[in-house]
Design a protein around this ligand. Sequence first.
Ligand code: ADP
Ligand code: MG
Length: 140
Amino acid sequence: MAIERTFSIIKPDATERNLTGAINALIEKAGLRIVAQKRIRMTREQAGTFYAVHKARPFFGELVDFMISAPVVVQVLEGENAVLKHRDVMGATDPSKAADGTIRKLHAKSIGENSVHGSDAAETAAIEIAQFFSGNEIVG
Ligand code: ADP
Ligand code: MG
C-alpha cells in the first residue's frame, strides 16, 4: 500500500473545548503523520464551497453556520492507507454509533457537532487539500 494523504478538520466544537492536542494525539497514535496544519476561521463562502455536496440536505445551513462559529484546524495527514485509517480513528458520523476509542465516540457532542472531518476518498482528499493548502505548506 502506497503512502497516501488525506484532509482533516478539527471542527469548532473541538477547538472551543481546547481539544486540538487530544485529537492530534489520537491521529498520531493511529499511525498518521500531520504534515501540514493551520488554525483558521473559515468564511461562509469557504464553508459553503467545502460542503457543497450537501447543499440539498436539510442540515446544510446549520452545518455552514457551525463551521464558521469558531476557529477550525485544517490539516493534511500522511500515511499508509491514510484515508481509511483516518476514517477509522474518527468513528461514525453519529457519535452514538461510533466505536469505542474513536475521536467521535470520545469527544463529539452530536451528529452535527462531531469534532472532526475526514476525506472519504483519495480523489476528494486531493480537492479538499488544494482548497486550503498550497504545495509548499505541506512538508512530509
Ligand atoms: P462525515 O463527516 O462522517 O463524512 P457526512 O459527509 O455525511 O459525514 O456529513 C458531513 C457533516 O455534516 C457531518 O460530519 C456532520 O457535521 C453534518 N451532518 C451529517 N448528518 C447530519 C444530520 N443528520 N444532522 C446534522 N448534521 C449532520
Ligand atoms: Mg463526508
